[in-house]
Design a protein around this ligand. Structure first.
Ligand code: NDP
Length: 338
């Protein structure tokens, strides 16, 4: 069984040599167990925080173990009454080709609904986070202006498209002209702004003539600081992720004006809301997410983009690309053929 193990903790930022490809023995499944073969491995920004000591809202990944992560897997052998060979499941068994399971914590995937890899993207954790947090904490109303960062990605693309369906004016922030064109031409956003452009601040202001009512922030840092002066009174700021800020290098992108944030919160009576996908109040919306987003996907009203990397051995390098914006769409590794 080939695994990518976490073998050391990052010193400054994460690096390829924090990971090692190792082959370990795997016994056969005993009574009550199944053998899972990994088809797709999800690579997600949250994994960076897991590499450090101390954890954040979740524990650190252990050294000498497969790196943590969600997979789409197929049941290859079954000694379990509830699972048959060929069943598809989402599992949390990490960066490895095979895993044994007693069935606990597995989520069944219906392969007729959509390609099974979408269980890691638009129909999985990122899509669900985008939908549920937007509805619960963003309270979008038709006619309002919503800005979303990392807008072409797994979470951002769902947030922006759902807000469009609900009648908001949607402005996406993404890195580079190709991603920006994708937002307006393929996803139907009203405008897109390139955060790498030297005129980013002016272009964002131009794209938001009535200010910003909802900012769904996936990145933090310099992008957050550029958005802040444009928010309207009583805007809702949703702090979903801070991919621009590595906890061991705070302020590495030249930002850090906490005071500007706090005085804007006060003067404009802002609500700033942080949340985690698994919060009870967001999980309560999961059935609604599955029904509505599943329906919109089937009707072609929602689109998604995936970047598929081939081969488990290429996972570390692809993962690091998330923090450079190399991925274009939900990043998944194809580990084996269905
Ligand atoms: P994406 O598919 O959006 O990939 C990450 C993207 O982030 C990159 O492609 C890049 O896009 C952008 N990015 C990376 N570094 C920077 C930077 N320094 N400045 C600006 N943009 C940057 O990832 P996800 O959709 O999976 O995740 C998006 C965010 O949501 C992450 O912060 C993640 O941690 C968070 N998240 C939070 C959850 C929660 O429960 N709170 C659940 C799921 C995700 P570009 O080229 O456009 O800059």
């Amino acid at each position: 069984n080939r695994q990518i193990q976490l073998v050391s903790r990052p010193v400054k930022g994460p690096a390829v040599d924090n990971f090692a490809l190792r082959t370990v023995e795997l016994r056969a499944p005993v009574a009550g167990e199944i053998l899972l073969r990994t088809l797709y491995l999800s690579l997600d920004p949250y994994m960076r925080a897991r590499m450090y000591d101390g954890g954040n809202y979740a524990a650190s990944a252990a050294l000498g173990e497969p790196m943590v992560g969600s997979t789409v897997s197929i049941v290859a052998m079954s000694n379990h009454p509830d699972f048959r060979v060929g069943d598809y499941v989402e599992s949390g068994h990490g960066w490895q080709e095979f895993a044994l399971s007693d069935g606990a914590g597995l989520r069944r995937i219906d392969p007729d609904l959509a390609p099974v890899s979408t269980a890691l993207g638009i129909l999985g954790m990122p899509g669900q986070t985008g939908y549920t947090a937007l509805m619960r904490h963003g309270q979008p109303r038709a006619g309002e202006t919503l800005v979303v960062s990392a807008a072409s990605g797994a979470v951002g693309s769902v947030v922006g498209q759902v807000a469009e369906i609900l009648g908001c004016r949607v402005v996406g922030i993404a890195g580079g002209p190709e991603k920006c064109r994708f937002l307006t031409d393929e996803l139907g956003f009203d405008a897109a702004v390139d955060h790498r452009s030297p005129q980013f601040s002016d272009e964002l202001a131009k794209a938001c003539p009535s200010g910003i009512d909802i900012y769904y922030d996936n990145v933090g840092g310099r992008v957050f600081e550029t958005v802040l002066p444009l928010v309207n009174a009583q805007a809702r700021i949703l702090v979903c992720g801070t991919i621009a800020v590595d906890r061991n290098q705070p302020g590495a992108d030249g930002t850090g004006s906490m005071q500007a944030l706090l005085s804007t919160v006060l003067v404009k009576r802002l609500s700033i809301r942080g949340f985690i996908y698994s919060d009870d109040d967001l999980m309560a919306l999961a059935p609604e997410f599955r029904t509505r987003v599943g329906q919109w996907l089937r009707e072609g009203r929602l689109r998604y983009r995936e970047q598929i990397v081939h081969g488990l051995e290429n996972a570390p390098e692809a993962f690091l690309g998330l923090f450079r914006g190399d991925n274009f769409g939900k990043l998944v590794v194809k580990v084996s053929e269905p």
